[in-house]
Design a binder for this molecule. Structure first.
Ligand SMILES: [Zn+2]
Length: 181
């Protein structure tokens, strides 16, 4: 028996999950880590029932926001006073398909065209290679302001490496497009 140690129970996990789900993406403050699919799991550690294990998956390797995200997660856990560890899970790799519909709607409202779907539903455990460049014209990117798909890519890199700069040919507004990944 480990009666001396407080066992992590569902109520505690729910409290930790709620606090972490409220954290936002440092680059796109309108979406939360949960919306983005970065926060993967909050659970009791398998090897220590008194320890909370938080699983996060980085969006892009080398994404500068990830260090900030980890700091935010750790600061939140410290504030809650919960013994916890943060596990960075690299496989399966994050994909923009993990973004929730809520995240896509929030991006659009923020003026960023959300990514299209990379692939159809992936059976669990199946590896999908995603680094093949998409053919030009493969995907219609709708202007987040007027909804027109009469748009063109201006630059592969927008305000951050994970976004491309596009322009709407109807309303003439430039906008960021979150690249499918
Ligand atoms: Zn437009």
């Amino acid at each position: 028996m480990t009666a001396a140690l407080p066992t992590v129970d569902e109520a505690l996990l729910a409290r930790v999950r709620a606090a972490l789900e409220a954290l936002t993406d440092p680059e796109i403050p309108v979406v939360t880590l949960a919306d983005m699919g970065i926060l993967r799991d909050v659970r009791a550690a398998a090897d220590d029932p008194a320890l909370v294990e938080v699983v996060i998956t980085p969006t892009y390797s080398g994404c500068p926001a990830m260090a900030q995200i980890e700091d935010d997660v750790r600061a939140t856990l410290e504030r809650l006073g919960v013994p916890a560890r943060v596990v960075t899970q690299l496989a399966p790799a994050w994909t923009t398909d993990w973004m929730s519909e809520a995240a896509r709607a929030k991006l659009r409202a923020y003026g960023i065209a959300p990514p299209g779907r990379c692939a159809g539903p992936t059976p669990a455990g199946e590896r999908v290679l995603r680094f093949v460049p998409r053919a030009a014209g493969d995907e219609a990117v709708a202007c987040p302001r007027c909804g027109s798909t009469h748009t063109r890519e201006v630059s592969r890199f927008g305000s951050t490496a994970c976004k491309a700069l596009w322009q709407c040919l109807d309303c003439r507004e430039p906008f960021d497009h979150f690249k499918p990944h």
